[in-house]
Structure formats: C-alpha cells, structure tokens
Design a protein around this ligand. Structure first.
Ligand code: 13P
Length: 341
C-alpha cells in the first residue's frame, strides 16, 4: 500500500474508537523498530519527523528510508508526517518531498519559540491547508501552546501558561479547515514534564473533555505524551546516566483522552530513553566492544518493545488490515468538494 494520508488513518481510528501513536524518527534503526512493532501488533502507524530530524538526516535519506519501510511492510498503513512545521515554507517543502501529512504549528512564530497571535495562527495554518489539501495531504494545527522544547522548537515553560481555550479552538477549526487539532493541556515535550505523578492541577484532562464535547467530530492530538516510565529511567541511571527524578503522562490518562476524541498520540522521549538505556548497558557491561551493531541491535529491540506496548495500549493494534489506502489524488478531490468557508 502507498504512503497513506493521516486523515484516513485518523478517520478510521475515530470509527474504531482507538488512538494512533505518532513516533518521531531520525534514523534507520528507529524506523525499523517502529515497523517491526507495527508488524508484530498489526498496527497502522504514523512516523513523524521534526525539522531537526529532517536536517539531521538530510531529508532525502529519511524519505527513502520511509519508502523502504513501505516496500518491506506493505501490509501496514503508513503515514509520513512533518512534526511542528514552523512556517508555510517548511510545510511546503515536506509536501514537495512526499510527506502525506504536515503540522503547521502557528501557535508559535516562525522562530519556533515566540507565542503568536490567534490571527497569525489562523492565517498561516489556512494557507497550509489550502496548499496541502490541493494535493490530498493532511494538516494538523495547534491552538494553545505546549510546554518544553524539542529539537530547538518550543516556547519552554510548564505547558500551563497557554492552555487551550475551547471557544478559540472551535473558531480555529472553523476558520482553518484543519484535519486534526493539537491542544495544550499541560503536557510538554521532553523527559521533564512533571515533578510528581500528575493530577488535574497540572494535567488538564477536564479541559480536553470540554474541547471534545464542543468539537465531537474533530480529531484531537496529544503532544508530549511520553510516559517516561520509571524502569527506563532506572536503566539509564544504573549504567552511568544522570536523569533527575521526573514523571510523564500516565498511560491511563492517554486512554481517557482516547475515549474523548484523541486520535493521534505523540511519543518521542520514551523511545529515546529506551535506546539510550540499551546502549549504556552494552557500554558498561562489555566495554571491549566497538562494533556499532553490538549496541544498535539491543537499542532497536528496546525501542520496538516500547512502541509495541504503546500500540497495544492506544488500541491501534489489530487494525492494520481494516482498510485499503485512499490515493492522495482522491483525497484532494474530496477536499475540493468541501471547501473551507
Ligand atoms: P514527548 O517528548 O513526550 O515524547 O513528546 C513528543 C512530541 O510531542 C513530538 O511532537
């Protein structure tokens, strides 16, 4: 099956009442981990690349690795998504390269750091929707501002400074025609999300439910959704790492989100932790080794284990064979038949 639009994957997820993990990649081993986990659990999957990942991998390397993944795992519906596009130009370059989905993060200015105005966000997001939908490509927008910084992108902070306003979210969807909406509910990118197990004071699941009730048909996206499991932290620290005590988003809170309209769940940090722990272990236990495969293989396996677990927990497991890909050209025709007001 060709690379699939994210819209189709999320529409199917809404029909089935499950969520789909969106996993960040920079290199071949991470892509292999995700594809093996998808095959093992029979899951449709979203693979996403930040601007940092695109520059690290020189774009084309990453894209061709994705084509290889698609060729080697033809039974898996596979989306290639631009994570946190900072400008219309970034999203356009992703579309030109062959990404089937883009995020226009107009919640921040082009510098990827400064919170923007609602009007600016609507303007740039709508521009991306117009050029993406003409090619059948999906668009994710963001309203409210997430906390933390990832790959140099982010406003920093705890994520509670710009929690999404439901009325504004409704206006944003109406005025832009986005396919999926990232909301800010207190999560942030990276390992240091919460200084204790999060409760409603810092993780605003009630706000998410409010937004879902107002916009029941909109596919919601939870960013910063790594759970930062204690066992992965322990492996890193046992083998010489120095992570400070920290908490992520508990899986049961993500599952509550999935029951309330969350269709895309972004996970990067948990996989980074798994990889680093596995590599540290090999270095510490067998310091005489120097073949990269000796530590990249266990790293790949450790990431596969985390991804497969998340696929099962998010409910996407078992759904890879539910549908055939809708060609992007047909998606474009469907968008053209329903223009944004
Ligand atoms: P984590 O840092 O929680 O994995 O979040 C990743 C993310 O939201 C990518 O956009």
């Amino acid at each position: 099956m060709p690379l699939v639009s994210m819209r189709q994957l999320l529409d199917e997820a809404a029909k089935g009442g499950y969520g789909v993990g969106a996993f960040n990649v920079n290199n071949m081993e991470q892509i292999q981990s995700i594809m093996e986990a998808a095959r093992e659990t029979k899951s449709p999957v979203i693979v996403q690349a930040s601007r940092g990942a695109r520059s690290y991998s020189q774009d084309k390397f990453l894209y061709h690795l994705m084509l290889a993944a698609n060729e080697l795992y033809p039974e898996i519906p596979l989306v290639l998504h631009q994570d946190h596009g900072n400008s219309v130009a970034t999203c356009k370059s992703a579309i030109d390269l062959g990404f089937t989905s883009v995020m226009m993060d107009g919640s921040l200015m082009e510098d990827g750091k400064t919170p923007s105005s609602f009007e600016y966000n609507v303007k740039v997001t709508r521009e991306v929707v117009e050029l993406a939908h003409a090619k059948g490509v999906t668009v994710e927008g963001e309203i409210g501002v997430l906390g933390g910084i990832e790959d140099g992108h982010g406003a920093g902070g705890t994520g509670l400074e710009h929690v999404t306003d439901p009325e504004q979210a409704a206006r944003f969807v109406e005025q832009t025609g986005v396919d999926a909406l990232a909301i800010a509910i207190g999560t942030s990118h990276g390992a240091y999300k919460f200084s204790r197990k999060p409760d409603g004071a810092v993780l605003k699941m009630d706000r998410l439910i409010e937004i879902h009730n107002l916009l029941p048909k909109v596919h919601l996206v939870m960013h910063g959704s790594s759970s930062v499991p204690q066992d992965l932290q322990d492996i890193i620290n046992k083998y010489g790492g120095k992570l400070k005590p920290t908490w992520g988003v508990p899986v049961e809170e993500i599952q509550l989100g999935i029951r309330n309209g969350v269709r895309k769940v972004n996970v990067d940090t948990d996989n980074r932790l798994a990889i680093t722990g596995a590599i540290r272990k090999v270095f510490a236990e067998t310091p005489e080794k120097f073949d990269p495969r000796d530590y990249m293989k266990p790293a790949r396996e450790a990431m596969q284990k985390v991804v497969a677990q998340r696929m099962t927990q998010f409910g996407q497991a078992g759904h890879a064979g539910d549908y055939e890909a809708i060609p992007l050209a047909l998606m474009a025709e469907q968008y053209a038949a329903q223009p944004v007001a």
